[in-house]
Ligand binder design. Sequence first.
Ligand code: PHE
Length: 352
Amino acid sequence: MKPEFDSIVASARAAFGQAGTPAELENAKAQFIGKSGRITELMKGLAALSVEEKKSRGAAINQAKQAIEAALTERRQALADAELEAQLKAEALDVSLPGRIREPGGLHPVSLTLERIEQIFASMGFDVADGPEIESDWHSFTSLNNPPNHPARSMQDTFYVDIDGDDGIPYNLRPHTSPMQVRYAHAHIKRYAQAVKRGEPMPEIRVIAPGRTYRVDSDATHSPMFHQCEGLWLGENVSFKDLKVVFTDFCRTFFESDDLALRFRPSFFPFTEPSAEIDIQFQSGPLAGRWLEVAGSGQVHPQVVRNMGLDPEKHIGFAFGMGPDRLTMLRYGVNDLRLFFDGDIRFLKQFR
Ligand code: PHE
């Protein structure tokens, strides 16, 4: 090949080598074998030559052109390879990495208990009510026949909030769900009055009120935050016998066992008279033979009925307050209440 062509081929190779992308390479190509590229121009120049010269020079130009095309193909391939390489690197997929397992969630064991309590009482015709955890002194204590300075208040020493109520006494974190007895009656008092006006029999109050409660207490069986479920049934003549029937039925359904004894142990609450603690005893299983306290209860005190805005001669019945945390411990055999509130996934996942 003539040195003239050698140098064209060499500069084509150099230009191709410098092209970093397919677009740059196509531009470089145009300078040599494009419509007005250097090789194309040389071809056009052949026209003026003699047949002999055309032959030899034409062959040499063709050779140069082929060399350039070969260099072009080679560079195209190299760029395509590099691009593929970069893409593979960017989309790297490490198949040896363990997958991210999403474990199924589940309800907290105490939530499961609350749901169960609601279902059982709903099946007995009880309404389910919800109320505030920050409560006025009147609702938590006074309305429940437990006036300021009464010694029975110390049974439920609680947390106070830095806000005074209308009576100048600070709000508290409710120490029990019993304020819901009065709240529920007040919320429905218009409906009761209307029924009486229409000459209908006075509607019964039959409600449970589950929720969080608070006391200054903390050990393996007491937590400063815990749960209670209030129950209230007022009618024309709802008696202690009805309390026994309802609560016994509830316990047997809740624990899925007829092999269960109940004991109503005399006690004191300012808002019930007479009052009783309710103990249960399993006849078989790991807890067999022990009496376990699960609720406080009693016939609603006439003063509380008056505070509801109702007539204690016409609204007679019982109330109870039970501990869903304790029921959960008994049902699942959990021996430390704190496990419920630690949030340890190893404990919680056993209930899902
Ligand atoms: N409120 C009582 C307590 O927390 C329980 C109770 C409720 C007792 C209703 C009698 C009637 O201990």
